[in-house]
Design a protein around this ligand. Sequence first.
Ligand code: KG4
Ligand code: ZN
Length: 365
Amino acid sequence: MTASPRDVLVLGIETSCDETAAAVVRRTATGQGHVLSNVIRSQWTAHAPFGGVVPEIAARAHCEILDVLVEQALGDAGVALNDIDAIAATAGPGLIGGLIVGLVSAKALAFAAGKPLIGVNHLEAHALTVGLTDGIAPPYLLLLVSGGHSQILAVRGIGDYVRLGTTIDDALGEAFDKTAKLLGLSQPGGPAVEHAAKTGDADRFLLPRPMLGRPEPNFSFAGLKTAVRQTAHAAAPLAEQDIADLCAGFQAAVRDTIIDRLERAIEIVVGGGSMARPPIVIAGGVAANTVLRDGLSALANQRGLPVHLPPLNLCGDNAAMIAWVGAERLAAGLLDAASTVARPRWPLDETVAPLVGHGRKGAKA
Ligand code: KG4
Ligand code: ZN
């Protein structure tokens, strides 16, 4: 199968943290996205004994499996390397060893096939996922919540992002993971907390809603996590129901905080005149959380705003979103040779300073 001259086929590679992924995406001449293949291999079992992601283990695991996944992605899509128009690989932010593995492999493939190489910002890939899944083009208001980042961004166009708010301490996914760890649940913590919370009573333990009402739409999750720890110690020894109630209380506190912060961001963009009716979009691994998705839908409905929630399988890290950014940038002629250098830190909005230091994938901000 060969791409018609008007369509673009891009091979994407993702190796920035603990998922190795390869995918093939088609972008039609009219800008529609189609995922032709999407292969992901998680490394959780390799990191589990250490209670978190070990960068050296991650880099080695990417090295061992990436060529197999690329072959599988091409095979599943029914295309050969020569049919591909460009190769896109995550260049940052993330763990440097993994980024280098992905980029060097992509460079070798691009050189061998005589195709362009596109270095992709992982955050931009989360930010533009709704273009691939729902055909939504900027401008929109984005809640980007994952293991390494928690931000509210005004997405004004491809490559044009204004950070309205960020976390001053932990990323939201990190707070889920740490909460799961301290309650003895499995990793990754987000799905484990969500699962446990299903049988929990969210009103039994009253947990704090950090930053509520603050003028800047920033987040703070470290205090919430500490409150969970203190409540858990006070209620110890914990029965299954106690854990369920704590998880439900934690999720309700997260939802209330996020909604409050998003309301503030809506006021800022509407009041500033930059977006009259901002569509609300969510992205990143934590975007798979049902309580959060329901909270966002309710907020949008109440405000009469459109809401776009990408499908669960494209919320977490994947290579389809990387390929999509490659295709979008190729189509828009927005290619930058400097972007093919691996960088652990790479903020989407380079004009604002990070409010905190490093998360597990670089700057949390
Ligand atoms: O986007 P992602 O796959 O990787 C990063 O870029 O960090 O996000 C991973 C994070 C982890 O912290 C994981 O616990 C969280 O997303 N996560 C969830 C859920 N599924 C994954 N958090 C809450 N609820 C979920 N259902
Ligand atoms: Zn991610």
